[in-house]
Write a protein that binds this ligand. Structure first.
Ligand code: FMN
Length: 308
């Protein structure tokens, strides 16, 4: 019997939905044992978030500061054949609960020399978070062999509105009577078992090194030019602003509230203003700088880390 360890975090249940759908071929096969482990922070993150709670989580998320988590209930380290990590990007970084697990002693024991597959569910920006994930897995001596993403397929500005309605007031559908449902579509969930089938055949034939190429052929990654350019801006600026807020105090402190509040206004405004400009630039980029653009997309479609 082959054993699969699943590590995940979810606030609203979407990560669990995409996991169940993707891993269906394993769950329904008696040759496999699939162990789900939800990461539980000792102080739970709020859902829905208040405006201040949401933006106050920014500095620690970007800086990778771990929170305390409950240890996993795995008695002796079991020798897993495959590890699946399902997570959400927060502020273009790994969400705090999963990042905290990756920095734990248990992660070292469970992940060393293991093939790992990441499953991301998010609004639409995951490239930066996955770069940080590659780095964490390298530190743990784990072997990233596959990445599958589930995103909201609406236009960037539409999902900017619907994600805030979802995260700050828990409204998923029909926001203000006009906006589409936020999140992963039914169609994507129905299609997800094909990824599981692909993983299974590569695992059984000892061909995990070729897995990502095959996953890409069936639509595991959807890298959009405008989002790639936009994320690039955010990834350069976020650490600077995260440090600037942190200088004033730790999470929840009164002293840093003004800086957090300013960030909470600047971020959505910047996305709103930059989105149309960047969309135009992204249409031009494949014409003006085709080689560079293609190279970047190829880089984010594979699992090794660029060493700068
Ligand atoms: C604090 C926070 C920051 C987020 N930042 C991003 C982001 O940078 N990129 C993105 O695509 N989605 C972002 N999201 C949306 C989530 O990735 C995801 O869609 C949502 O939390 C649902 O996941 P769940 O149902 O499994 O909890 C963020 C969500 C939260 C709570």
């Amino acid at each position: 019997m082959k054993k699969i360890l699943v590590i995940y975090f979810s606030q609203t249940g979407q990560a669990k939905q995409v996991l169940d759908a993707t891993l269906k071929p394993f769950i329904e096969n008696s040759e496999y044992k699939v162990d789900y482990n939800l990461i539980k922070p000792k102080n739970t993150f709020p859902y829905p978030w208040t405006y201040m709670q949401f933006f106050d989580a920014f500095p620690e998320t970007v800086r990778g500061t771990p929170c305390e988590i409950e240890p996993l209930q795995i008695e002796t380290p079991i020798d897993y054949d495959l590890v699946v990590i399902a997570y959400q990007p927060w502020f273009l970084s790994i969400c705090v609960p999963i990042n905290s697990f990756l920095q734990s002693e248990q992660a070292k024991l469970l992940l060393e020399n293991k093939p790992v597959i990441t499953i991301i569910n998010c609004r639409n920006m995951w490239l930066g978070a996955q770069e940080k994930m590659k780095k964490q897995l390298l530190n743990l001596k784990a072997n990233l062999v596959g990445n599958i993403t589930f995103v909201d397929r609406s236009a960037n500005l539409v999902s900017l509105v619907t994600v805030f309605a979802y995260l700050l007031s828990g409204i998923k559908e029909n926001f203000m009577g006009i906006f589409p449902k936020y999140g992963v579509t039914e169609k994507d969930l129905i299609n997800a078992p094909k990824f599981g089938v692909c993983i299974q055949s590569h695992l059984e034939n000892n061909q995990l090194a070729k897995l990502q190429v095959e996953l890409n052929k069936i639509g595991a990654l959807d890298i959009r030019g405008n989002l790639l350019l936009m994320e690039g801006r955010g990834r350069a600026l976020f650490p600077l602003y995260a440090n600037y807020i942190s200088k004033k105090g730790t999470q929840g402190s009164e002293e840093r509230k003004t800086r957090v509040r300013i960030f909470g206004i600047v971020l959505p405004t910047a996305i709103l203003l930059l989105s149309p400009i960047i969309t135009i630039l992204s249409r031009l980029a494949p014409i003006l700088a085709k080689k560079k653009f293609d190279k970047e997309i190829a880089y984010y479609s594979q699992n090794s880390l660029k060493l700068n």
